[in-house]
Design a protein around this ligand. Structure first.
Ligand code: MN
Ligand code: MN
Length: 478
């Protein structure tokens, strides 16, 4: 109908930057793919509420798709050849996967990387106490949470306990329909006059996040803390643990509810831990589906992002570099340090982490020209940071341009995004740590509503577009 358009209309179509809604851009076939992909995603979320569970599920999927442990390749002294698929699990909390391409490693590899830890409540090392014939577990929250969101919801318990004899026991309580759950109490409104006058950051305190865990006393007049004794007896019978075993444990309390469709049109997914499992799952799926690629592809899924990517399972660790070094060593007849360096410096990466979607209930903290919307595709974030981009690696315009072209050429619906208005706050991702290694990196992820809350919301269209974007990048980035 262009003959009906004025020259001004034509010119504006040519010159203006416009975002598109994914739902208007897709075929019926893609619409079916979106729903089947999100069903897989929801199932995966329900079985992967912690970094350890994510790694376990990811390893299962990888093995089923022909990936073999790189440790097996090392031990059997075989060489890595084009088309081979390998993975490494690091301390049960991080996983890296690779598909070997046809091009020399010196020319670089294509990577996607996401984090698989999420904000939650960790049990303190010595958590159990009794008060007023009730037993509670003390917690220390992990990552950035709004504490008031974590009271009066059902919580499940996930983790691992290393016992005195060195054996370990895994715990998952609260996920099966008939399981018991846990919760943190809050004050009734009738008596909350004082609490309600406090600032939101102080209405619920960190030391107040104590998990209600039992109320039946052990029937013996001679013992103190009868309810605590009864709870420890139950735990001892079920898991063979004593109180001291909590000191060598990692127990995470997370929302007990399952991933759900949201809205009359079921267009969105509501679930705990979508930061960053929405990007981690789509990254994982993208590498699982790769065949016959030129540049070697790597997917790296790390822990501890929510507390700064610290530690030997975080993105600041040597995990990625060592994994690439092993790939180089197993692929080349003669491994040298310079090959590894060249490989890294010529590599290109999408740092797959979520963006803060514009929330119409709180529009004033977002710059509407530069913040992402749900349903408008994958978000390319040139820089993150706070107070003048501080802490951001700020992707190079040339690389941003190359990714933009790749996405446009391959019908990836994408948008740009900053984390809210300047000086409103800020944040960072793992991009900076990989950028320090010398590779090109840009943040690229799914826009999320209610980020870091117990029930985060994403668009199914964006989830599918993320998968498509990561797969295209791994396959086709030159
Ligand atoms: Mn994140
Ligand atoms: Mn986060």
């Amino acid at each position: 109908m262009s003959e009906n358009k004025t020259t001004g209309q034509q010119l504006s179509e040519e010159l203006y930057y416009n975002t598109s809604n994914v739902w208007n851009k897709i075929s019926d076939e893609e619409s079916n793919q979106i729903s089947s992909f999100s069903e897989d995603y929801k199932k995966f979320l329900d079985s992967s509420k912690t970094e350890r569970e994510f790694v376990k599920e990811a390893e299962k999927l990888a093995k089923a798709r022909g990936f073999v442990s790189i440790e097996n390749i090392i031990n059997s002294n075989t060489a890595l050849k084009q088309g081979m698929k390998v993975y490494r699990v690091l301390k049960n909390k991080a996983i890296a996967l690779a598909v070997i391409g046809s091009k020399p490693l010196e020319q670089g590899i294509n990577l996607v990387g996401a984090h698989i830890d999420s904000p939650r409540l960790d049990l303190k090392p010595n958590p159990v106490y009794e008060s007023r014939d009730m037993v509670f577990l003390k917690t220390h929250y992990y990552g950035g949470i709004k504490k008031y969101q974590w009271v009066t919801i059902p919580l499940s318990m996930h983790g691992i306990i290393i016992k005195k004899d060195g054996s370990s026991v895994e715990v998952v309580i609260g996920e099966d329909e008939n399981d018991t759950v846990f919760t943190i109490t809050d004050l009734l409104p009738h008596l909350a006059a004082g609490q309600m006058q406090k600032k939101m950051s102080e209405g619920i305190t960190g030391e107040g996040l104590n998990i209600l865990s039992g109320s039946i006393p052990y029937n013996d007049e001679k013992v103190k803390e009868k309810v605590k004794l009864n709870i420890l007896k139950i735990l001892n019978e079920k898991y063979g643990i004593v109180e001291e075993d909590f000191l060598s444990a990692e127990i995470e309390m997370v929302p007990a509810f399952k991933a759900k469709d949201v809205g009359f049109d079921k267009s969105m997914v509501g679930a705990y831990g979508q930061d960053d499992r929405v990007c981690a799952y789509t990254s994982l799926r993208s590498i699982l589906d790769l065949e016959n690629i030129e540049r070697t592809a790597v997917c790296i899924l790390t822990d501890k992002e929510e507390i700064g990517s610290m530690g030997n399972t975080g993105a600041q660790s040597s995990f990625l570099e060592n994994f690439i070094a092993d790939i180089c060593a197993l692929s080349l007849s003669k491994y040298t340090d310079i090959v590894l360096r060249r490989c890294i410096i010529n590599s290109k990466m999408l740092s797959a982490d979520v963006g803060a979607a514009i929330d119409p209930n709180y529009e004033n903290v977002y710059d509407k020209l530069n913040s992402p919307f749900i349903g408008k595709g994958i978000v390319l974030v040139k820089y993150t940071g706070a107070r003048g981009k501080s802490g951001s690696s700020d992707a190079n315009a040339e690389f941003m341009g190359a990714v933009r072209k790749l996405f446009n050429d391959n019908s990836i619906v994408w948008q740009t995004g900053e984390l809210g208005k300047v000086d409103e706050g800020g944040g960072g991702t793992v991009a900076q740590f990989m950028a320090n290694m010398g590779m090109e990196v840009i943040d690229c992820g799914v826009a999320v509503l209610s980020m870091h809350s117990p029930f985060e919301v994403t668009s199914k269209a964006d989830i599918y577009m993320a998968y498509k974007a990561y797969k295209t990048f791994l396959e086709k980035m030159k």
